[in-house]
Write a protein that binds this ligand. Structure first.
Ligand SMILES: Nc1ncnc2c1ncn2[C@@H]1O[C@H](COP(=O)(O)OP(=O)(O)OP(=O)(O)O)[C@@H](O)[C@H]1O
Ligand SMILES: [Mg+2]
Length: 269
């Protein structure tokens, strides 16, 4: 444990970028991290430096109930990755139907992963509602919603604050205290961006756990197959602060020594 998902009602907001950086920073700090790509775009592996020739996948074969341990891909970041697998739009649709009919296809292996003490599982999801995320939502310890600091987000923030976006009833209220938000691509020099950050802070309070500045260095790092992991000024520093916020929120205790990938204590907040 724990299980953390990065999600958003919108596409292109930075889910994959942020989940890859959080996974890699936590792994660098000595935690054991598995990252699961639920998105048929199969892009998480690019961020984690897995070569394109690597064809293996986990989600794409889920209906045959593969052993998840056999599908793990070691990455240079120290994160163990379960890639979606080769892209095929028809297969992705079939998989969604299969997952809606039988959520245990994904829930069971994820439960098995979480049974290992100290194991952190990070989920990168496709935009909007999706069958993979739905299959594991009840198991989540943290659902991190990513929004851009733009006008579109300003319209969604009040819904998030009132939990209406989670739906209605008992299931929605059960998830409410596990939903947090981060704003990505904040540009302090842009009045709208700044105003949306102000509004998010005022409306969401402690549920806004981080903000990440717009940083051209991220695109350059991706092209270079590297990541901003050294706390560099800009997004690199914001990522470290966000990782600190996740650690605090989930009360993760420090692994015994840097690079140590063994057991560590974890308590549900
Ligand atoms: N803080 C940032 N500053 C500048 N560019 C960023 C930032 N965060 C993300 N990007 C860029 O925005 C683009 C979209 O990011 P990413 O692919 O992570 O979004 P996504 O939400 O996973 O998209 P999708 O919905 O397609 O899965 C990428 O080109 C990425 O480099
Ligand atoms: Mg993505």
């Amino acid at each position: 444990m724990p299980l953390i998902a990065f999600a958003s009602p919108k596409g292109g907001v930075g889910k994959t970028t942020v989940s890859a950086h959080m996974a890699a920073i936590l792994a660098r700090r000595g935690h054991q991290v598995i990252a699961i790509d639920l998105d048929p775009q199969n892009a998480l592996r690019m961020h984690l430096g897995v070569p394109m020739r690597e064809e293996g996948g986990f989600l794409c074969d889920l209906e045959s109930r593969p052993n998840w341990r056999d599908c793990l891909v070691e990455t240079p970041s120290g994160v163990k990755l379960l890639p979606f697998g080769p892209q095929d739009p028809l297969r992705a649709l079939e998989l969604s139907v299969a997952l809606m009919q039988d959520p245990s296809l994904l829930a069971e292996p994820v439960r098995d992963m979480l049974a290992t003490p100290g194991q952190i599982v990070i989920i990168d999801s496709p935009p909007g509602p999706n069958a993979g995320l739905t299959a594991i939502t009840s198991m989540l310890d943290l659902m991190v919603l990513i929004l851009l600091a733009d006008g579109g987000s300003a319209a969604i923030i009040p819904q998030i604050a009132s939990n209406r976006f989670l739906g209605r009833g008992t299931l929605a209220s059960r998830m409410a205290d596990r939903g947090v938000v981060i704003l990505n691509q904040v540009d302090a020099a842009e009045p709208l961006s700044d105003a949306v950050l102000d509004m998010a802070q005022a409306t969401l309070g402690k549920r806004l756990i981080g903000a990440i500045c717009r940083d051209q260095g991220l695109a350059e790092a991706l092209a270079d197959r590297s990541m901003l992991l050294d706390g560099e000024e800009g997004a690199g520093e914001d990522f470290q602060l966000l990782a600190d916020a996740l650690v605090a929120r989930l009360r993760l205790t420090k692994p015994e020594r840097p690079g140590y990938r063994g057991l560590f204590e974890w308590r549900r907040p």
